[in-house]
Design a protein around this ligand. Structure first.
Ligand code: HOZ
Length: 426
């Protein structure tokens, strides 16, 4: 595979941007290659600047559930752009998207649009503190809630990929208010709550972990969190930036039948444009300015292009019969094919999958939390990643990220992926 042009661009980029990139995981650092520069993408395929074509399982890290450049979404964005790209004032599309979100996710009674998942979680944290008048939060090892200071403690995603400890630049006074528990381990949460009684504002969790690879929360664990939060007047906050509108119309909370107090969104809600949102119980959300005293604002919040892309994406999902059943069938077909390949090769790696999110962990033991995810052989992952790429399959360049299947992946794409997998695992 010729990637000369990408490598030339990367050499140039490194003179101008930290590590040559604008977000760390895309630097391919942990897989020991130069990153590819993508020229265009359509459906399930991406084309790089050297003309190589790949079946894409990153999907822009989640948003492209319909595949790339979905024609109706693109037409709607183009039409919206004719009316200006930003007003810094209210527009009707914000209401349309808010109504759709509320219909899809019934625990959301009021929603505030922001510009990224990071912004959503940072804002939800301030709101939880303002509402409960408490300072501390609990998060889980290996969960990633964006790069807000309070969340960069034992975080997953790029932080885990690069093997970084807690980030320099986060002050001790901030870090002391973030308590970390073990994922899927309710006893570790009870210990923190017992020793910090009356001080914890919120428990943040990815109900299906997507940033230490795909690690499903156990239903009884999530239910126990809900019960504990109710008993202790702690807010339960589901970070559904990845899982929202992906695992079901109503996200992971629909799948598990557990309603959080607040939910944070990103990715799909913007149809590929920069959007985030947070929402939940009206009583809490009414604390947000200007209806309440907790301040949060944004020049580009509710941006008309982003609202349009999100609205069209969710509308297509809404109007497509059996959307999630079809996505599940594609994802199961792929995971079954990968599992059969492992069996034939006498390899017992672990495949975790929930709906259209999955990860192949290079360990034979069960992966239920960050510690067990870290049992993976990341050297083997790096070799596998490179071989898959050479065979036209573009995976997240990290063991600690989830792969995403879109509705645009065809049976041919999935078969090609399984064939590449058979040749790439060792
Ligand atoms: N938060 C995304 C999934 N782990 C990665 C996106 C990024 O950091 O660039």
């Amino acid at each position: 595979m010729n990637t000369t042009k990408s490598s030339e661009l990367f050499a140039e980029a490194q003179k101008h941007m930290p590590g040559g990139v604008n977000s760390p995981v895309r630097a391919f650092k942990s897989v020991g290659r130069d990153p590819l520069y993508i020229a265009s993408a359509k459906g399930a395929k991406m084309r790089d600047v050297d003309g190589n074509i790949f079946i894409d399982y990153i999907g822009s890290w989640g948003p492209m559930i319909l595949g790339h450049a979905e024609p109706r979404v693109i037409r709607a964005i183009q039409a919206a752009a004719e009316d200006s790209t930003s007003f810094g004032a209210s527009s009707e599309k914000e209401i349309a998207l808010a109504k759709l979100i509320k219909r899809f996710v019934p625990s959301v009674e009021i929603v505030r649009m922001v510009n990224s998942g990071t912004e959503a979680t940072m804002s939800a944290m301030r709101l939880a503190r303002g509402f409960t008048k408490r300072d501390k939060i609990i998060k889980f090892e290996g969960c990633y809630h964006g790069h807000g200071d309070s969340f960069l403690i034992k975080a997953g995603s790029g932080v885990a990929t690069l093997g970084l400890p807690d980030s320099p630049g986060v002050t001790q006074s901030t870090a002391k208010d973030t308590l970390t528990a073990r994922y899927n381990d309710i006893d570790s949460v009870h210990e923190l709550v017992d020793s910090n009684r009356g001080q914890i504002a919120a428990i943040f969790i990815e109900p299906v972990g997507g940033n230490m690879g795909c690690v499903p929360g156990r239903k009884e664990f999530l239910q126990a969190l809900r019960d504990l939060c109710d008993a202790e007047q702690i807010l339960l906050i589901f970070d559904e930036v990845m899982t929202g509108f992906r695992l079901a119309k109503g996200g992971a909370q629909e799948l598990y039948g557990i309603a959080p107090d607040l939910t944070t969104f990103g990715k799909i809600i913007g149809g590929g444009l920069p959007v985030g949102a947070y929402g939940g119980r009206a009583e809490i959300m009414k604390m947000i300015a200007p209806s309440g005293p907790v301040y949060q604002a944004g020049t580009l919040s509710g941006n008309p292009l982003a609202m349009t892309a999100g609205f069209e994406t969710l509308s297509i999902i809404d109007e497509t019969p059996d959307f999630y059943a079809r996505l599940e069938a594609k994802s199961a077909y792929l995971a079954d094919g990968l599992a059969a390949a492992l069996k034939d090769a006498n390899l017992d790696y672990t495949i975790n999958r929930v709906g259209s999110m999955f990860t192949v962990f290079f360990t034979g033991s069960e992966v239920v939390d960050f510690d067990t995810a870290k049992h993976s052989d990341t050297q083997k992952f790096a070799r596998y990643f490179g071989r898959m790429l050479e065979r036209g399959v573009y995976l997240p360049p990290s063991q600690f990220e989830a792969c995403f299947v879109s509705i645009a992946h065809s049976t041919e794409d999935l078969d090609q992926t399984i064939a590449a997998f058979r040749e790439s695992v060792e």
